[in-house]
Design a protein. Structure first.
Lengths: 266, 266
């Protein structure tokens, strides 16, 4: 399990899913990781590395930093370790709520697509803050499914996205986390909080993003919760199918999604 | 009347409203106008200048261009003329569907917050395209009320925003226009269409934007349709009041809104 499975991981753990998260990271890398460069020799803790999808980009952006990447899932850590053989990264199975590190052991914390899965994100941020040195920084990146809108608009398509949010809520997480990054960092005791949107906009003039983001990341993510959504009775299979059909139509239209990236100081 | 009143102008024409649109333009200027600079001597047509809120910034960004700003409203043109006394701008009352200009008379077209009010935006774009020279460019800027999301989330607050969209639709416009800029430009015959989001994100760490955008632009805009929304029976006064109260609460939370800026070639 990784940190997410503590409350039930809505994205699942199949091999297909592992590849999808990898694709997503590659497409999003520039959007999300621009500006994230940790100096040589600084001690960086990646919290909730999962299968290493973001670790790849962390290493690329900070090739001489001293990186530790943790996850609660033994399986995910094994995948990540095989995937990112960089000499300056050490992978470790650990629980963010009970970190096996001394106070102030790290100069920087990196927390990407983790808080959305947690029942108490403020408690999580406060727990990881312990191992950050005073004056050190934390970087948080989260999506927000409420930022998804598209053309042609469709209430049926929207209903399938709403299923994703509802299932994540029932699992104890929050699919609308991105908009809360500033309040959460502030509530956890960080200062000098700066949050900015990183917006993904896709239309027919950007075919690589139509494939890499709209189709293979976002629509694939929604399609991935079909069985759970139907089992929970959130939609009928007819409603689901119509929603997905409408959602697939946006690859010829436009799609908008916003991530939020926050940086703050201890 | 300006171009918008052809289909009923949801924003209205009061003095307060004129000031609000001015405030909005000043706060948004950098976000919206960055990158818009027309060379000295080039002939630029601003379509639907209204009270000149954007003309101020057009002139600032292109002080040596030869600018013509038109609007269907005699009153708006009078306000704009008094407000923007720049020597390189000529204001004129004109209907975008029947422009008093020769074919290919302009090098650039500028169309900001206009299409959202029109019943047939493709026809409007095709009509203004006539006066653009081959190889000339068009710049289109539009908001999208479906991009508005906020913390704390509230279904009541969302319902007041939905009223804005519904009233605009009933008036023949479209409050969800921004996401359609690329398809519309393409359908009107423009080529090399490039659309990018310009996202406004506001939280407590940006108090000037809390005042200038969240409170005095967005919430003020929603509050402005109260009487029409109640008269149309879209909400009860109790629902409206609760929605506005929840919406005002977001000044202590976070707020997100996306504009879309498109550039294309004839």
């Amino acid at each position: 399990m990784d940190v997410a499975t503590a409350v039930g991981y809505v994205h699942g753990y199949s091999g297909v899913e592992t590849r999808r998260l990898g694709d997503q990271a590659d497409t999003l890398a520039e959007l999300l990781h621009a500006g994230t460069h940790f100096p040589a020799g600084t001690r960086v803790l990646e919290v909730g590395c999962g299968v290493g999808a973001q670790t790849v980009h962390l290493v690329a952006g900070s090739p001489a930093a001293d990186l530790v990447s943790i996850d609660l899932s033994v399986e995910s850590v094994a995948v990540a370790r095989a995937r990112v053989p960089a000499p300056n990264v050490r992978f470790q199975v650990a629980d963010l709520h009970d970190l096996p590190f001394a106070d102030a052991e790290f100069d920087h914390l990196f927390v990407c697509f983790v808080l959305e899965h947690l029942a108490d994100p403020v408690a999580a941020l406060a727990a990881v803050r312990r191992v950050l040195r005073p004056g050190g920084t934390i970087t948080v990146i989260e999506g927000d499914h409420g930022s998804a809108f598209f053309h042609p608009a469709s209430a049926y398509a929207q209903a399938t996205i709403d299923c994703l949010v509802e299932l994540q809520a029932r699992a104890g997480g929050d699919g609308l986390l991105g908009r809360q990054v500033e309040p959460l960092l502030t509530a956890a005791g960080f200062r000098d909080v700066v949050v900015r949107p990183r917006t993904m906009y896709v239309d027919r003039t950007r075919p690589a993003l139509v494939e890499g983001f709209t189709r293979n990341t976002f629509i694939a993510m929604v399609e991935g919760v079909r069985d759970d959504a139907l089992a929970a009775g959130l939609l009928t299979s007819g409603e689901w199918d119509r929603g997905i059909a409408d959602l697939r139509r946006i690859v010829d239209g436009t799609f908008h999604y916003t991530f939020f990236k926050g940086i703050a100081v201890k």
